[in-house]
Design a protein around this ligand. Structure first.
Ligand code: ZN
Length: 424
């Protein structure tokens, strides 16, 4: 297995490797992406045949691109998929035709207010075709007959997703999910993918993990639906879950709560963000967004929130060619990975203890614990007082308005002196 490391530069380097691959909700670009991720973490790759029924949806035909371009009346190639994979509307059906610009325009997409950006367009569930171009280029196109070539295949194949399971002592698990269906877009969502890989490598190195961890790399919407349809009996183990997306831009953090609103993950993420002195905001659940829509559908109602930086759709680079390698910052990637490690640290270490000396305070001085004066003593006093079997370390941190880290450190000291025992 290759070592990714946690440095922003190494995360950015992996984004650079994945960026040119043409991904969609199915196809060889998804396989190639997962195969690269599989060189960093032992991914299990699943292929689900086209036509498979998954709840109210059907796994679509598999889409692959050989070439796609438009030539102007003089024979000059004015758009070429080979230059940028956003040029072709994803899931475009095969086309070989000549038509006047006036008719071709119906199949062209540009952003007049952002003339140097190529938009990202898809047509997964409606048979159509189209090209995305820079508005500035489109303004130069002259009337006349244009030649269009879209050499794509839409055939019975499969939907591909990757899954990594890291077992722990408990069957309770934390789920980290990232969508992998976007072509040359860096923040949405190569950033989420590479940070997830870094977290998986970090967790894999923890000996005797308490929780189990599951990473899901699946195409948006249909991938999450497919996974849920195939794992319905198993989702009861999901104790905490996060969808990771848009974690590489320079903006502050945004956490979108699960549908439950007060699940453990919601409380833990807010606690870590509050203690991190980073710029952040927390928003309530709404049924629009990423794959939380499936995980939080009423029939599942899983404790899954969304961890991102600037919310999707609110930055002008979103779903355009400007969401590129410069838009994602190495520093932002490391910072996101660091906060997420802290969140996972809380999940992993949130034990419940019993005070073994509950009648009056134990004499801390005799045990060499009393010289921790002032603020240093408070986490210990809180730990002793609330370790009644009813409060976990996280509950204690919240009640004490202290960081989880300080409470967790105090619990280790008290445990080492025989004053606390772990509740089974
Ligand atoms: Zn997107």
């Amino acid at each position: 297995m290759r070592e990714l490391g946690a440095s922003g530069e190494s995360l950015h380097e992996l984004i650079r490797i994945l960026y040119p691959i043409n991904r969609s909700i199915t196809g060889n670009g998804v396989r190639e992406t997962l195969s690269i991720l599989g060189s960093y973490v032992p991914l299990e790759i699943h292929e689900v045949p086209s036509g498979t029924q998954v709840f109210d949806w059907t796994v679509p035909l598999e889409w692959n691109v050989h070439e796609a371009w438009i030539e102007d009346p003089s024979g000059k190639r004015v758009v070429d998929f080979a230059n940028h994979n956003l040029h072709l509307v994803s899931y475009s059906v095969p086309v070989r035709t000549k038509l006047p610009l006036s008719e071709l325009r119906r199949h062209l997409h540009s952003i007049p207010t952002r003339p140097d950006a190529i938009p990202n367009r898809t047509s997964y569930y409606k048979e159509d075709w189209g090209f995305c171009v820079k508005d500035r280029d489109l303004r130069e196109w002259l009337d006349g007959e244009y030649s269009v070539c879209i050499d794509t295949t839409l055939e019975a194949g499969s939907l591909t997703y990757g899954e990594l399971f890291l077992p722990g002592k408990k069957s309770d698990e934390a789920l980290i999910s990232s969508h992998i269906c976007h072509p040359a877009l860096a923040n949405d969502n190569l950033s989420g993918i590479v940070v997830a890989v870094a977290l998986a490598q970090w967790l894999a190195r923890i000996p005797d993990r308490n929780l189990s961890y599951r990473f899901l790399f699946a195409p948006g919407t249909i991938g999450a639906i497919t996974w849920l349809a195939r794992n319905e009996a198993h989702v009861k183990n999901i104790l905490h879950g996060m969808v990771l997306s848009g974690v590489g831009d320079a903006g502050g953090f945004t956490y979108k709560k699960s549908r439950r609103g007060n699940a453990g993950v919601d409380r833990i993420v807010q606690h870590v963000l509050k203690n991190s002195s980073t710029n952040h905001s927390v928003v309530d659940y709404s049924p629009y967004g990423y794959d939380e829509r499936q995980f939080c559908s009423p029939g599942f109602n899983l404790p899954v929130g969304v961890f991102s930086r600037t919310p999707f759709g609110t930055y002008p680079e979103y779903h355009t060619s400007d969401d590129n390698l410069e838009f994602v910052k190495p520093g932002s990637l490391t910072e996101s990975a660091g906060i997420l490690q802290e969140i996972l640290f809380v999940m992993e270490n949130d034990h419940t203890f019993l005070n073994l000396n509950p009648k009056c305070e134990p004499q801390l001085g005799r045990r060499g614990l009393y010289d921790q004066r002032g603020a240093g003593i408070m986490p210990m006093l809180w730990c002793l007082n609330l370790s009644d079997g009813e409060h976990s370390l996280f509950d204690i941190a919240e009640k004490a308005k202290l960081s989880f880290r300080s409470i967790e450190t105090a619990s280790r000291l008290l445990h080492a002196k025989g004053l606390l025992s772990k509740k089974q």
